[in-house]
Design a protein around this ligand. Sequence first.
Ligand SMILES: [Zn+2]
Length: 184
Amino acid sequence: MSDKLSGPVQWRHPPANRWLYCPTCQTGLVDQIWDGVSRRYCPHCGFVYWERPLPAVAAVISHPDAADQVVLVKRRYPPEQGEWTLPGGGIEAGESSIDAAIREAREETGLIIVVDSQLGTWSTPNYETIITFYRSHPVGGQLEAGTDAVEARWFMVGQTPRLAFSTHQDALERFRGNLNQELP
Ligand SMILES: [Zn+2]
């Protein structure tokens, strides 16, 4: 992604009632019941706006010598600009979720990671995204803030700042809980 942005970036889908015109033929959309749910429908070309969360991933990257240290990144762009999160982002078309996690980690932290296991999948409270978190560790690269981050660094898992998104906070707390169970 280019880091020379001239305007705001809106990656969230607006709610269904704000979809007024068909994105392909510009006819006014109408409400139509599908599976018991009212959806925005184009009576001209048949376009249906399926209101679904955008798929995303994030990585909990553990230090190879100290599993209780993880990488956080400080966000370069809104929303929550300047706040800390786990490295992650949207899954591109045709990409597997694991490949997306590996790519996002490389882009945001400079680290080449290997995914160890799936930590869990959460929907954001506003249903905008559905995000899968992976446990991982680095096998190469150099830690440095990438395209979407202004800073990337290791934190002790018990001493992390409050993360920008509740899903990231929940995932990190599950990671910490699992870690405590594994430690002797
Ligand atoms: Zn249409």
